[in-house]
Design a protein around this ligand. Structure first.
Ligand SMILES: NC(=O)C1=CN([C@@H]2O[C@H](COP(=O)(O)OP(=O)(O)OC[C@H]3O[C@@H](n4cnc5c(N)ncnc54)[C@H](OP(=O)(O)O)[C@@H]3O)[C@@H](O)[C@H]2O)C=CC1
Ligand SMILES: O=C1OC[C@@H](O)[C@H](O)[C@H]1O
Length: 384
């Protein structure tokens, strides 16, 4: 009998729409027969009508309750897990609200505004025996799993460098102005937290996550930020990360791998959207390279290019079953963790989410990017 997970959706915009559409796809279309999902409640902070409208528009099967407040949603005894898709600025307060109400949580990326907030969420979830996960959906793609396995199997030898770019050329002034969450400091705007997180995802899932747990060490970071002239949020950020990959007890021969993580709202990693400019991700080892294509958050294929004389180039392409976006794979992971009584996902460990938040804290420190005190605060509850 497939295990049923009952979801409550906190907020109902662009992102939650895509996630809910994926939740509603029959898991059998992706060969998942051990779990099923049901959307049992939806809440909008602005009005119950909006939540009702969302349920109708997405054709969510009954029974699904509409709420006009997040407090009502987290109090619903029928809900197992809350999916949070509010702006980054609000993740900490919203996740605390859900955890304090005794709900498991899947919270959109970037997990929080800073590492201090992430640590408190983790402590709270652990103290209450609740599941918590940052919704880094890309990690659960079959493509990502295969790439990590190839690295662990030594398919490209020792990995020494990874380059990852998540950049879109946008007319920020007309597209975002000053209010849009992409540039609004009050909503923790900027490309680092919104898009740079995907470049960091590729760096971390290849250079950090593929190591045995006891060898995973936080990287050192050097970075540059270009502020958006209208608000001061970052419109371009480049990070150089150095990961110690082996730390012998005598301190000798420590090896390092380098990560180059880029993000921009001014230039594109794929300007013609045809891939002409090359892969957004290059994972470089001493025996070859893996290139990942399309876009960092939703890649569609990879190529493995062995060093000359060591084999043929191989390309592997991936489909999105039932015309989904690919968010169902992370939802399936949540369902399996809940079924098995796990409080975190092995694929996106809470410790790794915190280390990534610490990297982003350091990048913001170096670039002088400070958000308003209220959204950097760890005080809970706090009206934002
Ligand atoms: N994984 C993915 O592919 C994607 C992930 N995301 C992530 O999802 C999250 C939300 O992004 P997105 O949907 O684009 O954000 P939007 O700004 O479009 O929507 C945010 C929603 O949050 C609610 N909200 C609550 N408080 C506020 C506030 N003070 N200001 C504005 N909105 C507020 C509103 O819903 P209401 O009033 O109904 O409660 C609003 O509609 C972010 O963490 C983002 O990184 C976004 C896009 C894609
Ligand atoms: O997570 C995301 O992925 C898709 C992007 O368009 C969006 O800005 C971002 O939040």
């Amino acid at each position: 009998m497939a295990h049923l997970t009952k979801w409550g959706i906190m907020v109902q915009q662009l992102k939650s729409t895509a996630f809910v559409r994926d939740l509603l796809k029959d898991p059998k279309t992706r060969d998942a027969t051990d779990i099923t999902h049901q959307v049992v409640a939806v809440s909008s902070s602005s009005s119950k009508d909006r939540a009702d409208q969302f349920i109708t528009e997405l054709n969510i099967p009954s029974p699904c309750t509409a709420y006009g407040s997040y407090e009502d949603l987290v109090a619903d005894a029928n809900v197992d897990v809350i999916y949070i898709a509010t702006p980054h600025s609000h993740h900490y307060q919203n996740a605390m609200l859900a955890l304090e109400a005794g709900k498991h949580v899947l919270c959109e990326k970037a997990f929080t505004v800073n590492a201090a907030q992430a640590k408190i969420l983790v402590e709270t979830a652990r103290k209450k025996g609740l599941f918590l996960m940052e919704a880094v959906w890309t990690r659960y793609f079959p493509l990502s799993i295969q790439v990590r396995d190839l690295i662990k199997q030594g398919a490209i030898g020792e990995v020494y460098r990874v380059i990852a770019d998540t950049s879109f050329s946008m007319d920020a002034e007309s597209a975002f102005g000053v209010e849009n969450r992409m540039v609004n400091l009050d909503l923790a705007g900027g490309c680092l937290l919104d898009l740079g997180i995907y470049s960091l995802t590729w760096i971390f899932q290849t250079l950090y996550h593929t190591l045995p747990k006891d060898l995973r060490k936080p990287p050192t970071v050097t970075s540059q930020i270009t502020p958006y002239h209208l608000t001061g949020a970052d419109e371009a950020t480049t990070m150089l990360l150095s990961f110690p990959t082996s730390t012998p007890s005598n301190g000798a021969n420590v090896k390092y791998s380098q990560g180059v993580a880029m993000t921009s709202m001014r230039v594109a990693n794929d300007p013609d959207e045809e891939g002409t400019a090359g892969p957004p991700i290059r994972i470089q080892g001493d025996k070859g390279e893996i290139q990942v294509f399309k876009v960092a958050f939703q890649p569609t294929s990879y190529k493995i290019i062995p060093k000359k004389g060591f084999g043929e180039v191989k390309e592997v392409k991936f489909e999105f079953p039932a015309q989904g976006r690919g968010m169902y794979w992370e939802a399936d992971e949540v369902a399996r963790c809940l079924r098995d009584g796990k409080l975190e996902s092995e694929t996106m460990p809470l410790e790794e989410s915190i280390v990534i938040m610490e990297v982003m804290d350091e990048v913001r420190r170096q670039g002088g990017l400070i958000y308003p005190a209220s959204i950097e605060s760890t005080e809970y509850p706090l009206e934002l």
